[in-house]
Write a protein that binds this ligand. Structure first.
Ligand code: NAD
Ligand code: ZN
Length: 253
């Protein structure tokens, strides 16, 4: 059912969590919009402005690597200032209460960790944009250092000492999914009694297969998203209210 109003939504959400042993939250860009980071698919979202650079183009073209880093530094205005939202704090509370084993996220903004979920319990399906790695030797680079080299080279992407390309630690379109994260996400989805998808348009695969997998394994499914998703019809509860408003009653200090 679709919650008819915010009061019903928060009451039902709380009841369903209380009735569950193991809750698995799964988040998308919508949980972070309150922090000022735009999502992809809301009207006016990033997607409507620039198409992302696919992995094969990043590898094939120096210009694309330069452009990719130019865009990343422009986004630092958002990522650098962002603080956890009410949604992030609510999920960190569920984690502390022992209700959730962690959070599965498609986000790359590090905000679940900033909200207090230990990094080892944040399953990042699309990586993390707050640092970079060499694609060949996996050495870690901090963004301030990459930026310094980028500027010193008049806007050219620096390479690693080993000769490999340096890229934000994210998973681009066309790049293979991190196996361990995907395996863990699937096992959590199959082993929970409540799965809550929050702020995701649920169109990016294979991430979007997780709610389906949870449902097939017998869990109840809640979808919290302003806009309709393809999975609303199989959800036990659909909440179309603002994520911060819907989740804030779960915050405990
Ligand atoms: P999406 O942009 O496709 O969908 C976000 C959904 O959240 C939209 O359907 C929108 O209606 C909803 N939403 C936005 N703000 C909301 C709010 N305050 N309350 C309720 N609903 C709200 O996001 P996605 O499904 O995560 O897919 C985008 C991909 O892009 C992800 O894979 C992610 O890696 C990446 N991305 C990440 C970030 C980030 O890390 N913050 C930001 C943009 C894109
Ligand atoms: Zn290297």
């Amino acid at each position: 059912m679709i919650a008819p109003d915010l009061a019903t939504a928060t009451t039902m959400l709380r009841e369903m969590i209380d009735e569950s042993e193991r809750v698995v939250p799964f988040t998308g860009a919508g949980i972070s919009t309150e922090s000022g980071i735009p999502d992809f698919r809301s009207p006016g979202g990033l997607w409507t402005k620039t198409q992302p650079i696919p992995f094969d183009l990043f590898i094939a073209s120096r210009e694309m690597r330069d452009e990719s880093w130019r865009r990343r530094f422009a986004m630092e205005e958002y990522f650098g200032k962002a603080r956890p939202t009410r949604g992030h704090l609510a999920l960190a509370s569920l984690y502390r209460a022992g209700k959730a084993p962690g959070v599965i996220t498609q986000n790359i903004d590090n905000l679940h960790q900033s909200a207090g979920v230990p990094p080892q319990d944040v399953v990042e399906l699309h990586g993390n944009t707050t640092f970079a790695t060499c694609l060949d030797c996996a050495r870690r680079y901090e963004l301030v250092d990459v930026k310094q080299k980028f500027e010193a080279a008049n806007g050219h992407a620096p390479d690693c000492d080993c000769g490999g390309f340096i890229k934000t630690a994210t998973v681009s379109f066309g790049q293979s999914m991190p196996e361990e994260a995907m395996r863990r996400a699937q096992s959590w989805a199959m082993d929970c009694d409540l799965f809550i998808a929050i702020g995701s348009s649920l169109v990016v695969w294979p991430a979007a297969s997780l709610p389906l997998q949870a449902k097939k394994s017998g869990a109840r499914l809640i979808i919290v998203n302003r806009e309709p998703t393809e999975f609303d019809s199989i959800a036990d509860l659909v909440i179309r209210n603002d994520i911060g408003d819907a989740l804030s009653p779960l915050i405990s200090h």
